[in-house]
Write a protein of this length. Structure first.
Length: 453
C-alpha cells in the first residue's frame, strides 16, 4: 500500500517521499482515511509508529482542499486547526512535521509554547496561521491577553493525551474546549490507551472511529530489553563501563529526578564521557542546544527526566538506558519508545538495584512478560545491601497515581518543570542501527527472572 492509495494529494505524497517514507505504517493506514472522512477519532499506537503523520497529513489535505475560502470579517484568514501537546519539545517536533509535510501546499503553521518571550509569538499571530501547534498553558496566556481567536477552529487534535492527563492539564484542556466552536472534528492520539483516555473520549468525541494499532501499553517489538542487576552506588560506574566497552556513540539515559540528571551528567563528563542533562529547570535555549548536539552526534550521552521522553525524536537512536526505573510503569514504555522507532532496531537497558525490584515487577506486569536479567562480572550485587525507600520523581510524598482526580489534578508547581517567565509549561518536550545485544569484553551472566511472564 502506498500513501497515494490512501487518498493523499500528489503534493503531500511528494513531501512524504522526500522524507524517505514510501509505505504507510499500520496506524497511518487506518488513521489517514478516518481523518479524511471528517469524523472524530480515538487512536492508540505504540510510540514511534508514525502517529504524527497519521493526523498531520490528512489535516493538511482537508485544509488545503478549500484553502482561501475562509476569512474573518476583516479579511484575515482564521486559525483552522489546533494541535495541543503536553510539552514544548513535542510541540516543536509536531510543528516541524507539519511544515515538512506541507511544504508544497499553501498553508502556514506556527508553534506556541512557554519558556520563551511572548512578544514574538504575538507578532507572528498577526500574520496568517492556518495550523497552530501549542502547549495548553501558553495558549491560555495568549487568550488572556486577547491575542488569539479560536472561534473558527475546524479540527482539534489532542496529541499524547495520556501525558496531558498525567501532568494535570485536564482543567486547561476544558478551558480551551470552551473557546472552540461546537461543530468541529476532534482527534485524540495517545501512546498508551488507558481507561482515563476512554473517559476523556466519551466526554469529547462524537461517535468516534476507534483505532488501536497495537496491544495496549506494548513497547515496539524491535526494542531488545534487558536488565543489569547492580548495587545502587555502582550504577554510574557500570554505565560508564557499558558505554566504553561497547563503544556506544549515542545513548539516551533516564533518571528519576532533575538533581539526579544533573549529578549523573556531571560525573560522566568528569570521567571523560561527554554528557549533558535536559529537564524542566533548564532554560529553553539550553534544552534546544543539548538536543541539537545529541541529534547531530556531537554529544554521545544525553541524560533526561521522564518528561523529556515525549519530546525526543531521533532517527535510529540505538540505545536507551534506564539509570533509574520510573515510578509509573507506563513511563517505562515511553522511555524505551525513544529507540526502535519506525521499525528500526534498538536496545533498552535498565540498571536495577535492590530498591527497584518492586518497580521492575510492576513494569513486567504491564508488559505481560519478564525482562531478561543479567549480571556483568565485576559488578555483582552485594546480597548484604538492604532495600531503601525510593522517593518519587518529584521528591514529594508518595508515588504519583496514574489517574489524577478530575477535581484535584496536580498543580503545575508539582510537575517536572520549574515555571519560567511567560510560561505555565513543563518540559517534554535516531546514530546508526542498533545491535540487538550488548557486546562486552566481559561476558554477562544470565540469571533467573524475579517473576514469571
Amino acid at each position: 500500500m502506498s500513501f497515494s492509495s490512501l487518498g493523499l494529494s500528489d503534493a503531500l505524497v511528494r513531501a512524504v517521499t522526500e522524507r524517505g517514507y514510501t509505505v504507510p505504517t499500520p496506524i497511518q493506514r487506518q488513521a489517514i482515511p478516518a481523518v479524511l472522512s471528517g469524523g472524530d477519532l480515538l487512536a492508540g499506537a505504540q510510540t514511534g509508529t508514525g502517529k504524527t503523520a497519521g493526523f498531520t497529513l490528512p489535516i493538511l489535505q482537508r485544509l488545503a482542499a478549500d484553502n482561501g475560502k475562509n476569512t474573518n470579517a476583516g479579511g484575515h484568514a482564521p486559525i483552522r486547526a489546533l494541535i495541543l501537546t503536553p510539552t514544548r519539545e513535542l510541540a516543536a517536533q509536531v510543528e516541524e512535521s507539519v511544515r515538512e509535510y506541507g511544504k508544497y501546499v499553501k498553508l502556514k503553521s506556527m508553534v506556541m509554547f512557554g519558556g520563551v518571550g511572548i512578544q514574538p509569538q504575538i507578532q507572528q499571530l498577526r500574520n496568517r496561521v492556518d495550523i497552530l501547534v501549542a502547549t495548553p498553558g501558553r495558549l491560555l496566556d495568549h487568550v488572556g491577553q486577547g491575542t488569539l481567536n479560536l472561534s473558527r477552529i475546524e479540527v482539534l487534535v489532542l496529541d499524547e493525551a495520556d501525558r496531558m492527563l498525567d501532568m494535570g492539564f485536564i482543567h486547561d484542556i476544558k478551558k480551551v474546549l470552551a473557546l472552540l466552536p461546537r461543530k468541529r472534528q476532534n482527534l485524540l492520539f495517545s501512546a498508551t490507551f488507558s481507561e482515563e483516555i476512554r473517559t476523556l473520549a466519551d466526554s469529547l468525541l462524537n461517535r468516534p472511529a476507534l483505532i488501536e494499532a497495537a496491544r495496549r501499553n506494548a513497547p515496539a517489538e524491535a526494542v531488545t530489553q534487558r536488565v543489569y542487576l547492580v548495587d545502587r552506588e555502582r550504577k554510574r560506574e557500570l554505565l560508564a563501563h557499558l558505554i566504553r566497552e561497547n563503544r556506544w556513540r549515542q545513548v539516551l539515559v533516564f533518571t528519576r529526578t532533575k538533581h539526579g540528571a544533573n549529578r549523573l551528567s556531571e560525573q560522566l563528563t568528569k570521567g571523560g564521557i561527554s554528557a549533558l542533562a535536559i529537564h524542566g529547570n533548564k532554560s529553553q535555549s539550553a534544552r534546544t542546544h543539548a538536543l541539537a548536539q545529541f541529534k547531530s552526534g556531537a554529544l554521545p550521552v544525553l541524560v533526561a527526566t521522564d518528561i523529556a521522553a515525549r519530546g525526543i525524536d531521533i532517527i535510529e537512536l540505538p540505545h536507551v538506558v534506564n539509570f533509574e526505573l520510573p515510578n509509573v510503569p507506563e513511563d517505562y514504555i515511553h522511555r524505551i519508545g525513544r529507540t526502535g522507532r519506525a521499525g528500526a532496531e534498538g536496545e533498552a537497558v535498565s540498571l536495577v538495584c535492590v530498591d527497584e525490584h518492586k518497580l521492575l515487577a510492576d513494569i513486567e506486569k504491564v508488559l505481560k512478560r519478564s525482562v531478561p536479567r543479567e549480571v556483568i562480572p565485576g559488578f555483582e550485587p552485594d546480597p548484604r545491601i538492604q532495600a531503601e525507600p525510593i522517593p518519587n520523581g518529584r521528591n514529594r510524598g508518595p508515588a504519583p497515581s496514574r489517574s489524577p482526580s478530575r477535581n484535584h489534578a496536580p498543580s503545575r508547581a508539582h510537575t517536572e518543570s520549574a515555571r519560567p517567565l511567560h510560561s505555565r509549561e513543563t518540559l517534554s518536550g535516531r546514530g546508526r542501527p542498533a545491535k540487538t545485544a550488548v557486546q562486552s569484553s566481559r561476558k554477562a551472566v544470565k540469571i533467573p527472572a524475579l517473576m514469571g511472564g
